[in-house]
Design a protein around this ligand. Structure first.
Ligand SMILES: [Zn+2]
Length: 251
């Protein structure tokens, strides 16, 4: 083993640094896996609750309008009934046929008006009933969703608080290690990690195969990896491959 007289960073050092960076990031990944779908579920529930709230408010405004229409139509019918009463009184004192015809037409007209108002009162009464039912259903559903949300939030907060400190420490360490990697290599590492399904950008070779995709590595390449003189990526999955001896605890 060469003594570290010169400050030059060897490829071996780089690989070791990348591997330790990979390990810390994987630990953060496993914390995220522990939280699982919960953050998403909480966000979805919050959206759903906002949507339900909006729908209820809209229906409540419609209900108010519908109820106003009902009372207006009831008033109209009452007014028409009063007019009819008045016309009927006048009918008792008509002086000629013209007056009689005129009053009869007015009575007929107001009678039709009453029928129309009653029809509208029924229609809007039914609509008010439907709306009130919908509002009630939506409100019950909203309460359920709110309970679900509170429960999921509790669950998530529990997990987060358990792992928060650990995650913060790891993120701090990651930042630290990242400064030890040259920007170009760090960029490549991040790119590989992003495209790798399990988030592993650096893998050990295992029995002559890539530890990421398990494809066989040609013997010459295996030798090169063992020597650790250059950074070698798997030709199949693009992951950086290292020899397990490199990261074995030194004794
Ligand atoms: Zn591979």
């Amino acid at each position: 083993m060469a003594k570290k007289q010169e400050k030059e960073i060897t490829v071996e050092d780089k690989l070791k640094t990348l591997y330790s960076l990979q390990q810390k990031l994987s630990e953060i990944d496993s914390i995220k896996i522990l939280r699982g779908e919960l953050p998403l579920e909480v966000a979805d529930l919050e959206d759903e609750i906002i949507g339900l709230d909006t729908r209820i408010k809209k229906h409540e405004a419609e209900l108010k309008e519908s109820e106003t229409t009902v009372s207006q139509q009831k008033q109209k019918a009452k007014d028409s009934a009063l007019k009819i009463e008045k016309y009927k009184e006048q009918l008792d004192n008509v002086r000629n046929n013209r007056e009689f015809d005129h009053l009869s037409k007015e009575i007929e007209f107001e009678t039709l008006e009453i029928e129309l108002s009653e029809k509208r009162t029924r229609e809007f009464g039914q609509e008010s009933k439907n709306l009130a039912e919908q509002i009630e259903k939506s409100k019950a559903f909203l309460e359920e969703r709110k309970l679900d949300l509170a429960q999921k939030k509790d669950e998530l907060e529990g997990i987060v608080s358990e792992t928060k400190q650990q995650e913060e420490e790891l993120r701090e360490e990651v930042k630290n290690v990242e400064t030890q990697v040259e920007p170009r290599l760090l960029h490549a590492f991040k790119r590989i990690r992003k495209s790798a399904r399990n988030g592993l950008a650096v893998v050990c070779i295992e029995r002559g195969a890539c530890g990421g995709c398990f494809n066989k590595i040609p013997p010459q390449k295996q030798m090169d990896i063992k020597l650790g003189k250059k950074i070698i990526v798997c030709e199949y999955c693009g992951r950086i491959m290292i020899d397990p001896e490199l990261i074995a605890p030194a004794d």
